[in-house]
Design a protein around this ligand. Structure first.
Ligand code: KIV
Length: 257
């Protein structure tokens, strides 16, 4: 709870940094620099090449989260509840408890607003910290991913959902692909922080899929900035290994028993 309070207290003071991790080694590196490590169900497309995050299973999320847990010491660790694991409030509680028990994460994230409010309410009533997720919802998106907040109906729904989630007790809300001016309005209206992804600098924090920003996952999504291209370094190391094995330069005595 102390970690969650620290996140909330950052609102209007300093930006919140959140990134995804799916395994221990990456989590260890993130933990030095970020406030929140998210085990996102984006692992379905990034690691398993699934066409949709709907295919991600609870077992997959739990196994990756266990690995991440061993790398996260100081940051808040949040785990996505996969599609169909929170279809009603009893199922949501059963699965959230299982995720927390097995992974020792600090909170879970659910996609949606009014439609899933009874599940969110029930989790919070049972002392499970919840992070919200509004805007583009990959678990329910049909067809091409489109930005949100363009029509009066959409804007109204986003504003109402954000206020409702806050009232229900979520500690932060991810705003995905929401028009800048609307993300700004939501952020201003809420007392809890908003974490943007493709939703402008006006959000209280930012989240990205780590594999995208380091160039491990090649994507052309508008909001992804590639901060480094690690593929270049991976290629160089692998090429050198292959060459030294073939030329018998490796392993020398130093690397042999
Ligand atoms: O699944 C995920 O990685 C996410 C973030 C991109 C917000 O939900």
């Amino acid at each position: 709870m102390k970690k969650i309070k620290k996140i909330i207290d950052k609102k209007n003071k300093s930006k919140i940094v959140c990134l995804t991790a799916y395994s221990k080694n990456m989590a260890e590196e993130l933990d030095k620099y970020v406030d929140i490590v998210l085990v996102g169900d984006s692992l379905g497309s990034v690691l398993y090449n699934y066409s949709t995050t709907r295919k991600v299973t609870l077992t997959e999320m739990i196994n990756h989260s266990k690995s991440v847990r061993s790398g996260v010491k100081k940051s808040l660790m949040v785990v996505d509840m996969p599609f169909n694991t929170y279809a009603n409030k009893n199922l949501a509680l059963k699965n959230a408890k299982k995720i927390i028990k097995k992974t020792k994460c600090d909170a879970v994230k659910l996609e949606g607003g009014k439609k899933i409010i009874s599940q969110v309410k029930f989790l919070i009533k049972n002392k499970i910290p919840v992070m919200g997720h509004l805007g583009l919802l990959p678990q329910s998106a049909k067809g091409k991913f489109k930005s949100k907040g363009k029509t009066p109906k959409e804007i109204n729904q986003l504003m109402n959902d954000a206020v409702l989630l806050q009232k229900t007790g979520v500690f932060a809300i991810v705003l995905e692909c929401i028009k800048s001016s609307i993300a700004k309005q939501i952020t201003k209206k809420l007392k809890i922080p908003t974490i943007g992804i493709g939703s402008s600098v006006y959000c209280d924090g930012q989240v990205l899929v780590t594999d995208d920003l380091i160039g491990l996952n090649q994507t052309k999504i508008k909001f992804v900035k590639r901060f480094v291209n690690v593929k270049k370094y991976i290629k160089a190391g692998i090429r050198k290994f292959a060459s030294e094995v073939r030329s018998k330069k490796y392993p020398t005595k130093k690397y042999s028993y």
